[in-house]
Design a protein around this ligand. Structure first.
Ligand code: GLC
Length: 554
């Protein structure tokens, strides 16, 4: 059935510790929802520390923490009030330092989030700017402008905020009169910084050093294409370039950050949140003197379809090659619909799934999510796992409106359910009011968990051979110990329509059946499959890892 379509191209092996990120498995921790160590129903650093053995046994190489800094949590912590303090709800700086060190003892590196585009409206700089009034030096660190209209009553531009509503909010001046407007591409509680101001640049480089000095191995860079704005503030449809997305000058920021990262004996890593459709523009962020790596959202947003995913993988590999960067493979994160739910819908590209009442076949979604896990873990590059995907948690669609906290829900008047449904606290056991999420069995989680999540808990899954958790653990162990998967070479296999297949190294193959019919398998040893194989056939929506015994035709 399978024949080699192209000779394997031997890519350089990058196994030295300086290059760990090229093949790393990075587990994303959303601290508020991972584990509650102090019994208040909100996740915290004590909870993460208590679960490090779990993360080590899952087999991850690094943890990426979404923001854990002091924050009013208007956008789940992406509104940072103080980068040098841990939010009291999560713990203390001393606990963060202990966590970084303990994780490292388990062989796990730590990555923290930095948010260059904006700060919280409670950040000292913004409070000072509002208080200092128009024309002040303090306002120059942000984007304050006069409004349009006879009395300045209209926003300076018609730019929309990513979270709904206008991207400008008018302040009340210290004298009590309505005054200037400030720019916020996200929520009003997230004023945008002015990156042409030298203090903004210097401050962020200091923040990087602050965390690098505490032993973090790298940073995830939030909304990385957006910090630089066209100072003329044109409307979106004016001019040949976008006024704030992917402007050429933004690259200078990351070149400077790279110099900071490279100044450490154990070089630190920059990982960008880069949402861009054009693979060539995307790859510019990965040039050798910029970021090391960036999330591959194209792969994440493709529907469950062999041709679509093949195209995405091929384009990813092709666009990364010229800049010598390692690809990343991402199935979800704290912003998107969980894979089990997404793949159980007719339209499995997540952007269209952010709506209420979409018919969902969770059984189908689960089968496909299992297959997607093996597909993504077998590709060359680094792998990102969002907490709870290893348990096969579905999106929680029916959270009560009063429990929802995402500004996307609040600012669209509830039209868009927002992202709370993928942020529901993890179930660790069958017992207690929060399924073991909290150390206090009486405490309820900050977002309600569905009662059936007891059956998806870590304790229920950990000794069950057919569970999602077992699949992830075995897959990550094989990924770590199979020489072909440690290298970077890759070649497509010729397959029937509806089947995706590729080879890694000399003898490893991954096949995924996207068609409705079972498909024949080549002669090979089965290392792992996402579902039961019967009679030598690969069922629909199933992936398999094989050790090829001999090349076909020999
Ligand atoms: C990124 C984050 C998202 C946040 C936004 C604004 O997209 O992943 O959660 O709301 O930036 O900081």
């Amino acid at each position: 059935m399978t024949t080699l379509s192209s000779p394997a191209v031997a890519a350089p092996r990058e196994t030295g510790s300086d290059r760990w990120w090229r093949t790393a498995v990075v587990y994303q921790v959303y601290p508020r929802s991972f584990a509650d160590g102090d019994g208040d129903g909100t996740g915290d650093l004590a909870g993460v520390r208590s679960r490090l053995p779990y993360l080590a046994s899952l087999g991850v190489d690094a943890l990426w923490f979404t923001p854990w800094y002091a924050s009013p949590l208007a956008d789940g912590g992406y509104d940072v009030a103080d980068y040098r303090a841990i939010d009291p709800a999560f713990g203390t700086l001393a606990e963060a330092e202990a966590l970084i060190a303990e994780a490292r003892e388990h062989g796990i590196r730590t990555i923290v989030d930095v948010v260059p585009n904006h700060v919280s409206d409670q950040h000292a700089w913004f409070r000072e700017a509002v208080a200092a009034g128009p024309g002040s030096l303090q306002r120059q660190r942000f984007w304050f402008r006069e409004g349009r209209g006879a009395h300045g009553e209209l926003p300076p531009t018609d730019w929309p905020s990513t979270f709904g509503g206008p991207a400008w909010t008018r302040v009340t001046e210290p004298d009590g009169r309505p005054g200037e407007w400030y720019l916020h591409l996200f929520a009003p509680e997230q004023p945008d910084l002015n990156w042409s101001h030298p203090q903004v640049r210097r401050e962020h480089e200091d923040v990087l050093r602050f965390w690098f000095d505490r032993g973090v191995a790298g940073v995830r860079i939030d909304s990385a294409t957006m910090p630089v704005k066209d100072p003329a503030l044109p409307e979106l449809d004016e001019g040949s370039t976008h006024p704030f997305v992917d402007r050429d000058e933004v690259h200078q920021i990351y070149c400077s950050w790279r110099a900071v990262a490279d100044s450490y004996p154990e070089k630190r890593v920059l990982i960008g949140e880069v949402w861009l459709d054009d693979p060539a523009r995307f790859a510019r962020y990965l040039r050798p003197d910029e970021m090391h790596s960036a999330f591959n959202f194209d792969f994440m947003r493709r529907p469950w379809d062999a041709e679509q995913l093949r195209e995405s993988i091929a384009e990813t590999l092709a666009s990364h090659r010229p800049v010598l960067a390692a690809p990343t493979w991402v199935l979800s994160n704290h912003d998107v619909t969980r894979p089990v739910t997404r793949y159980g819908r007719e339209d499995s590209s997540f952007l269209h799934a952010r709506t209420f009442g979409v018919p969902t076949d969770l059984g189908l979604g689960r089968r496909r999510a299992r297959a997607a896990a093996l597909l993504s873990a077998a590709l060359p590059g680094s792998l990102y796992i969002y907490q709870g995907d290893e348990l096969g948690l579905p999106e929680v669609d029916d959270l009560p409106a009063e429990a929802r906290q995402d500004p996307v829900f609040l600012r669209t008047g509830g039209a868009d359910p927002g992202r709370d449904g993928c942020r529901v606290p993890l179930p660790w056991s069958e017992s207690g009011a929060s399924h073991g999420f909290s150390v206090d069995p009486e405490a309820t989680a900050w977002l309600p968990q569905p009662p059936e999540w007891a059956g998806l808990s870590v304790r229920r899954q950990e000794n069950t051979p057919t569970s999602m958790l077992t699949l992830y653990r075995v897959a990550l162990e094989l990924r770590r110990t199979t020489p072909a998967l440690i290298g970077e070479d890759f070649a497509w296999l010729e397959t029937q329509k509806g089947v995706l297949g590729f080879r890694r190294g000399e003898d490893f193959a991954c096949l995924i059946n996207f068609s409705a019919e079972p498909q024949p398998l080549p002669r090979a040893e089965v290392l792992l499959s996402s579902g039961e194989l019967s009679g030598g056939l690969l069922p629909a929506d199933t992936a398999v890892w094989l050790r090829l015994q001999e090349k076909e035709g020999h």
